[in-house]
Write a protein that binds this ligand. Structure first.
Ligand SMILES: [Zn+2]
Length: 395
């Protein structure tokens, strides 16, 4: 049975201990200590990292009775070691976890919307709420939770029997019996929890919700606390500053500015495609005049600059309208888009020709004997066109 220092003293980040057992954990060396401040992955909170003497602790696993420290190199049984926890990681985890208790309690208190699960990721954390939550609900819960942060209320740890716990206003029914460890945020929340927590709510700094999504009957809330909230603010600031500068608008005007741009781009695509269709007729004329013979096939093989994929298709089709001509039209740059279209009286199978080309140059595509279309071919357009000519000439 490992004595867990973090249960009673989560601020302890250096400690002395004796190696009581060594083992191999999933191919890696590992050790059990008589006492440890290392938090093992459990209750949604990831493990602590750090060192035991000169050896790195790379994972910490809870077996119920023991805490297994997975190590970068083996220790010997009986070794006396000094343990050192990575403080920044621990502090980060404490901010996220106590922040989670406040956020969950806020949803619970204001909307009776219980938290059914908690996951702390390396960038963001999530809670899953049992019921729906509108954006107004979320904003209100976040305000409540942050108010408790700013009041800098004490967070205390105590141990009670399950009988004692039954008489306390626990936010959540405890999932296990026996002695319970309770985390109490003064006047706001009491929860059974084995995690590491800050000693006063002010240390959380700030709780921010980044996203929410509906999930069956519930809601998943993505949030960050403390240092992660600052980092998120900086990330958003940089992104927004870039957009604001490019678009010459104020931050609140960004969504409508982007929407306007999208509409304009859509209109321009439509206009471009109309123009290309008109141009395709003239351009096809010019191309057909320059057709060459490949075997007994009259061939138009050309790489076209400045045409989008629908434009290339319009052009290929316009060429093929001239009977007796096979059109192989590509974009001018790699990865190459390609359209193969055959006019009346031509015997080449466009789909099969395209398949041969994608087998040689990669990319995807397909079609019928009359018309085939592909993209992502990885070679210079002139190489693709040369190979196509050879395939056509070779029959
Ligand atoms: Zn907890």
């Amino acid at each position: 049975m490992t004595s867990r220092i973090y249960y009673t003293d989560p601020s302890c980040v250096t400690f002395e201990a004796i190696v009581t057992r060594t083992l191999v954990h999933e191919t890696r060396p590992a050790a059990v200590l008589d006492r440890t401040a290392f938090y093992p992955t459990s209750g949604g909170q990831p493990f602590d990292t750090g060192r035991l003497g000169l050896v790195d602790v790379v994972d910490v696993v809870d077996t119920g009775d023991e805490v297994i420290h997975v190590l970068s190199a083996a220790l010997a049984e009986g070794d006396r070691v000094v343990g050192e926890i990575d403080r920044a990681r621990r502090q980060d985890h404490m901010q996220q976890h106590t922040g989670q208790h406040l956020l969950s309690a806020a949803f619970d208190t204001r909307f009776a919307n219980a938290t059914v699960s908690f996951h702390m990721g390396s960038e963001v954390s999530t809670i899953d709420l049992a019921g729906p939550a509108t954006s107004d609900d979320i904003a209100a819960a976040v305000r409540d939770a942050n108010q408790i942060v700013w009041e800098n209320r004490p967070v205390s740890i105590r141990f009670v029997s399950d009988a004692e716990a039954a008489g306390l206003p626990l936010r959540k029914e405890p999932t296990r019996g026996g002695q319970l460890r309770l985390i109490e945020v003064d006047g706001f929340d009491v929860s059974a929890c084995g995690g590491t927590h800050v000693s006063r709510t002010g240390a959380i700094g700030m709780i921010g919700v980044l996203a929410s999504e509906k999930q069956r009957s519930g809601t998943r809330i993505t949030f960050v606390c403390g240092g992660r909230a600052l980092k998120a603010l900086e990330t958003y600031r940089d992104a927004i500053t870039g957009c604001v500068r490019t678009l010459s608008v104020l931050p609140p005007e960004l969504p409508s500015a982007v929407e306007r741009l999208q509409l304009e781009a859509k209109d321009q695509r439509k206009a471009l495609s109309r123009l290309q269709e008109q141009l395709a007729g003239f351009e096809a004329e010019r191309l057909v005049n320059g057709a060459i013979m490949a075997g007994d096939v009259r061939l138009v093989a050309s790489a076209m600059d400045g045409w989008d994929v629908p434009g290339l298709k319009a052009l290929g089709t316009a060429v093929a309208r001239h009977g007796g001509v096979l059109a192989i039209i590509t974009s001018a740059a790699a990865p190459v888009a390609i359209v193969i279209a055959r006019g009346g009286g031509v015997n080449v199978d466009a789909g099969r020709l395209l398949k041969a080309l994608t087998e040689k140059f990669g990319g995807r595509g397909g079609g019928k004997p009359e018309l085939a279309q592909g993209g992502g071919l990885n070679a210079a357009p002139e190489d693709i066109l040369r190979a196509a000519k050879e395939l056509v000439a070779g029959g």
